[in-house]
Design a protein around this ligand. Structure first.
Ligand SMILES: [Ca+2]
Length: 466
């Protein structure tokens, strides 16, 4: 639009012209005057009145924690009457467990439901609103005792079997590691679980670095450490729960060392740490004589749990892991292994098998650097799933060569929701995969009376499912 016609347009309306040219402060005064001397006078009076005596719709709501079954009719009434006196407008009932010892009323029992009903009716009497968190057990909207093992959150698990081909094979494949127990409630002893289902059986030619002649060299490595009290057995027994403590001498670095009788073609360093006992990082060094060292690579503990660090280096007789750690810190080594097999850097983190460190960036993919003899061509992978019998026996006419057979399955993670309030006489809460949430919501819906909030309850009201 042309400038002149734009001006004309403004002049067509005196008010608009006036307003457009007013400074902002003048506009504010003009608006305020309208508010005070017009209809705003009544509004101001109402605002003052509502401020001194707020309507129910403006009153605050609060969380109302029911601490692990410590609830009673008298307590509920006293709480609600106290909140009413304090000006509270409504509550959200939130059952929690956590570190509270169990109280007399267990969550989701008929007794508990009767108390929820009592709370809702008492709130209605007092003109308070009631909301319920969408799970009976605290932050456990995704799980509870109604979740059976097959609905629980699962993880992949597998076992490996090495065998020589060129013959008809009949072998029992080991059942992969399974979550055998879980602890359903805070103070309860563990209960059996042991749920497992097969997914697939795959076979592939065993890479040369993982064949017996190499793995036997790996097994023969001698492990020593800077700390004479370091328990080598605990660091090499294959169990995460057994831990070897490594304490540095004052002013000296802590280290462990692998020694071979002949140059060993190492390709991956594996370290597992105890919870809270991880080194911040460190370096891997190699030597031919145990005196003159060359640096192979550095590593850092991204998640404080585990390190899988591949590298390319010439075979050497001595391999030393030097840890970075504060001088007074004791490192807890669950497992330490130097392997001739190549593994992808931090593969357990990339597969989300590690609980921690997910907020930190993963190392870049290194598969492009993988040695050619460690790569398994897709076309060499044989699917043997249909040859697995229910008892775990595999019948296979195996082609010549060394083979690795992997039996994949799944088992519950064993993780529980928290802070789960105690449940009455049921197997206990398990976290679930999506789909189980519907069950949680159904349980919740059944607990809510059909009449609540400001609607006063009357004799003969439908009681819902309480
Ligand atoms: Ca161990």
């Amino acid at each position: 639009m042309h400038k002149d016609s734009l001006e004309d347009c403004y002049k067509m309306s005196t008010t608009r012209f006036f307003i457009r040219r007013l400074p902002v402060s003048m506009l504010a005064i003009f608006s305020l005057a309208l508010l005070i001397f017009g209809a705003g006078a009544a509004q101001a009076a109402s605002l003052e009145k509502d401020f001194s005596s707020p309507p129910d719709t403006a009153r605050p709501h609060v969380y109302w924690y029911w601490n692990n079954g410590h609830i009673s009719r008298e307590g509920i009434t006293a709480d609600l009457e106290g909140m009413k006196r304090a000006g509270i407008g409504g509550v959200m009932i939130f059952n929690v467990g956590g570190s509270f010892p169990k109280g007399p009323v267990r969550c989701a029992t008929p007794e508990w439901r009767a108390l929820v009903k009592h709370a809702v009716l008492e709130a209605a009497r007092l003109g308070l609103e009631v909301n319920l968190n969408n799970s009976p057990g605290g932050w456990s909207g995704s799980g509870g005792p109604w979740i059976t093992p097959e609905l629980a959150m699962q993880k992949l698990t597998w076992s490996e079997t090495r065998l020589s081909g060129g013959r008809k094979i009949q072998v029992r494949l080991a059942r992969p590691p399974v979550t055998e127990t879980y602890q359903p409630e805070y103070f309860d002893p563990p209960k059996p679980l042991g749920y497992y289902r097969d997914i697939a059986v795959l076979a592939f030619p065993t890479p040369p670095t993982e064949q017996p002649q190499t793995t036997s060299l790996q097994t023969a490595l001698r492990l020593t450490a800077s700390d004479p009290k370091f328990n080598v057995q605990l660091a090499t027994d294959g169990k995460e729960e057994t831990i070897a403590s490594l304490t540095a001498a004052a002013g000296q670095p802590a280290w462990i060392q692998f020694e071979a009788a002949a140059p060993f073609p190492a390709r991956t360093l594996h370290l597992d740490f105890s919870p809270g006992g991880a080194a911040q990082g460190g370096s891997l060094l190699a030597s031919d004589d145990g005196s003159h060292w060359r640096k192979v690579r550095a590593f850092t503990s991204r998640n404080g749990m585990r390190i899988t660090a591949p590298f390319e280096a010439a075979p050497a007789r001595f391999w030393k892991v030097v840890f970075e750690a504060p001088g007074d810190m004791t490192i807890g080594v669950s497992e330490a292994q130097l392997s001739a097999a190549y593994r992808i850097e931090d593969w357990t983190g990339k597969a989300v098998f590690d609980m921690f460190g997910l907020d930190k960036p993963l190392p870049p993919p290194t598969s492009a650097k993988a040695p050619a003899d460690s790569i398994i061509p897709r076309e060499r992978i044989v699917n043997l799933t249909s040859s697995l019998k229910p008892d775990g026996t595999l019948a296979w006419d195996a082609p010549p060569g060394e083979w690795t057979v992997i039996r994949f399955g799944y088992t519950p993670t064993g993780q529980l929701t928290g802070t789960t309030a105690a449940y009455g006489g049921r197997p206990g809460g398990r976290q679930v995969q999506p789909g189980g949430a519907r069950s949680a919501l159904e349980i919740r819906a059944r607990a809510v009376p059909r009449r609540h909030g400001h609607q006063p309850a009357r004799a003969g009201d439908p009681p819902g499912q309480l």
